[in-house]
Design a protein around this ligand. Structure first.
Ligand code: G6P
Length: 473
């Protein structure tokens, strides 16, 4: 089983939104996202294929070309969407890997579906990859693919990157299938994480739950699976954004005009606070709204001189914990607006939508304070986008120390979002920060964000993967 592609990306989702007409005609739009931006050049230069799910249940699609990429759809049935995607990926692993902010749910049927779907992705990848190709597997939905693929295709180079945190062993140990998951990942030649802490947690999990003993940043796999022995390297590769593109977009006249227009539409507040997140319990949206509500109650801020815009894009709406969160957030917003809004002027402008990138960048430019208060986050690209959009050196970033971005963005106002008083102080400090301090901090943040983009992140990972040849070969 082999194909013709020298480079294969395997991710849960294809990088396009697929539409199928009633006559079965397939059309697609490129879906925005850092990963596709990063990999598009590599895909084009190396005749790459992308293996992923179209996002539609019970839809069988042939492979197709889109935007110069060869796309290989992996079908999921309705039951698999419920068990593999909403269940094991997003109601078991997602909360477990994010510090059990909500309780992970464990079901053997979900695990069986995860096994089955990971097998299907492995087979699709094996069918697409040429002899000796490089295969790059992404994220927590597909942790068994490296080992399964290696069994099918021992000739290919396999990289794995985990976009979300890897939990400490004390939490990871809850997972009945912890050994299988770690061994699944060890099928790769190189396993990448966002933070050094994630890599350390993974290496501890290897030591605790498998028969292998890591040495430094590497794990030697003996004759249990393959001969001769193999070295799996573990590294840290903090992901970034297409910073040049965001910077250029932010500098455009159109964006400046739209930013000014947004401020006018919001009643020209003195201070505009902004939150932008997928509606996910890991993002600390409730904590941020609670802090804002208390500041209003204490009259530290007032309407309409201060406003909070919260963009919460719809996400995983069939999963119970996400539905509960939406309820909670909307009740909080409703209460605060009921108490503090005036005719035509709201305390909180809450948008349960997604917006095109142009509009988001205009919002970043319009906002005086960006609130990133995640309770746990692999990286948080919104924080980096805000910084890239502020060439004017205006704006203050309030950033949770529990977001991966905090490792790099130390010049933000770092907060513990669980500490509501601390969060309130940071919000006030950000809202009243003197321009020289604001400029100094933003300049330092920009230096960091603009010095590395998502393309260089992909290059670094792929270079390490290529260099990481088995010394016995
Ligand atoms: C996070 C995950 C991605 C995922 C994205 C959107 O960023 O790391 O793997 O694709 O959320 O979630 P969804 O469930 O809609 O794919």
């Amino acid at each position: 089983m082999s194909g013709s592609h020298e480079f294969v990306v395997v991710a849960n989702r294809l990088p396009v939104d697929v539409q199928v007409s009633s006559k079965g005609k397939v059309s697609w739009d490129r879906s925005p996202g850092g990963l596709v931006t990063a990999l598009h050049p590599v895909m084009q230069s190396q005749d790459g294929a992308w293996v992923g799910w179209s996002g539609r249940a019970d839809t069988e699609l042939d492979a197709f070309e889109a935007d110069g990429m060869h796309l290989v759809p992996v079908p999921l049935s309705k039951a698999e969407v419920a068990n593999y995607y909403e269940g094991f990926s997003n109601a078991t692993l997602w909360p477990l890997y994010h510090d059990v902010i909500v309780n992970p749910v464990y079901h053997r049927t979900w695990w069986n579906s995860y096994l089955e779907v990971n097998r299907r992705f492995s087979e699709a990848a094996a069918g697409a990859a040429a002899q000796g190709a490089t295969v790059w597997v992404h994220d927590y939905q597909l942790q068994l693919v490296p080992q399964m693929l290696r069994r099918l295709r021992p000739d290919v180079r396999i990289g794995f990157f985990n976009h979300i945190p890897f939990p400490p062993v004390e939490l990871f140990g809850q997972l009945t299938w912890r050994k299988q998951v770690v061994e699944g990942l060890l099928g790769a030649d190189l396993i990448g994480f966002q933070r050094t802490g994630d890599a350390a947690n993974f290496l501890r999990a290897v030591r605790r739950f498998t028969d292998f003993t890591p040495r430094g940043q590497s794990v030697t796999i003996g004759q249990h699976w393959t001969r001769p022995e193999r070295h799996v390297r573990v590294g840290t590769f903090p992901i970034s954004i297409d910073s040049t593109q965001v910077d250029e977009l932010a500098r455009s006249e159109k964006t400046a005009q739209r930013a000014a227009e947004l401020r006018r539409e919001l009643g020209e507040p003195d201070v505009l606070l902004l939150g932008v997140d997928r509606l996910d319990y890991t993002k600390g949206i409730r904590h941020r709204i609670k802090a804002f509500g208390e500041l209003l109650a204490e009259k530290k801020v007032t309407v309409p001189t201060t406003a909070l815009v919260q963009v919460a894009s719809p996400s995983r709406e069939q999963v119970e914990q996400y539905r509960n969160l939406r309820q909670e957030v909307e009740v909080m917003v409703g209460n605060i607006n009921g108490d503090y809004s005036s005719w035509g002027r709201s305390a909180i402008y809450y948008m349960h939508h997604s917006y095109p990138q142009e509009e988001m960048v205009a919002l970043y430019r319009a906002a005086d304070v960006m609130l990133v208060t995640a309770l746990r986050d692999g990286m948080n690209l919104v924080a980096k986008e805000y910084v890239a959009a502020r060439h004017d050196l205006g704006g203050v970033l309030v950033l949770s120390e529990f977001a991966g971005a905090a490792d790099e963005l130390g010049q933000a106002l770092l907060v513990n979002p669980h500490d509501i008083e601390g969060l309130k102080s940071a919000m006030m400090r950000a809202a009243t920060m003197e321009p020289p301090e604001r400029r100094r901090r933003m300049r330092a943040l920009r230096k960091r964000v603009l010095s590395g983009d998502v393309q260089s992140w992909a290059r670094k990972f792929l270079t390490a993967l290529a260099a990481d040849r088995n010394p016995h070969e």
